[in-house]
Design a protein around this ligand. Structure first.
Ligand SMILES: CCCCCCCCCC(=O)SCCNC(=O)CCNC(=O)[C@H](O)C(C)(C)COP(=O)(O)OP(=O)(O)OC[C@H]1O[C@@H](n2cnc3c(N)ncnc32)[C@H](O)[C@@H]1OP(=O)(O)O
Length: 132
């Protein structure tokens, strides 16, 4: 998806441009592709926050048609943390106009949680960022 991310204080920002592979309705990005970007890229925010965590719940408000071949801005930040529960936001916009807005509940886990996937893991969570 050509996603480029950078850290800006406690916020992670990035640019993404969807192409024909991500088409849903004619000329419009599939909602599942949008949800994937909003969910999956929250991973870098978790590295910034220093907290391994996984998505427990994700809800997306689709506010305007997301056009193919159009650069969009993705922004993610922590809204609130209560014990293991991280309430995160992720927004997608074009020229400052909202396209999609996600609210997610992530639950903090031990890095060992990811061993269930059977991959060899980097032991230090802070080193996971570049793998995005
Ligand atoms: C840079 C690289 C980064 C790589 C990692 C990035 C992560 C990418 C994001 C993902 O896409 S992760 C993949 C999709 N998600 C998952 O695979 C998660 C699958 N679910 C689980 O593994 C477990 O359900 C989970 C760890 C989320 C929770 O199990 P736990 O046994 O640890 O918690 P528990 O069920 O006891 O619930 C703890 C609290 O959270 C609440 N809770 C759990 N699931 C909830 C839910 N879905 N909605 C609302 N609340 C929920 C639950 O009610 C409870 O509240 P209280 O403490 O107040 O009683």
């Amino acid at each position: 998806m050509g996603l480029r991310l950078h850290v800006d204080g406690d916020c992670v920002r990035g640019n993404v441009t969807f192409d024909d592979r991500h088409e849903g309705a004619p000329g419009i990005v599939h909602g599942g592709a949008i949800a994937t970007v909003l969910d999956d890229t929250l991973g870098l925010l978790l590295v910034v926050l220093g907290t391994p965590a996984v998505t427990a719940n994700l809800s997306v408000d689709y506010r305007a048609p997301a056009l193919l071949q159009t650069e969009m801005i993705v922004e993610r930040w922590l809204e609130q943390r209560v014990d293991r529960k991280l309430h995160l936001r992720a927004d997608l916009s074009i020229d400052g106009q909202p396209v999609a807005q996600a609210r997610a509940l992530f639950l903090a886990v031990e890095v060992a949680h990811f061993e269930k996937g059977g991959r060899t893991l980097l032991p230090n969570w802070a080193d996971w960022g570049p793998s995005l």
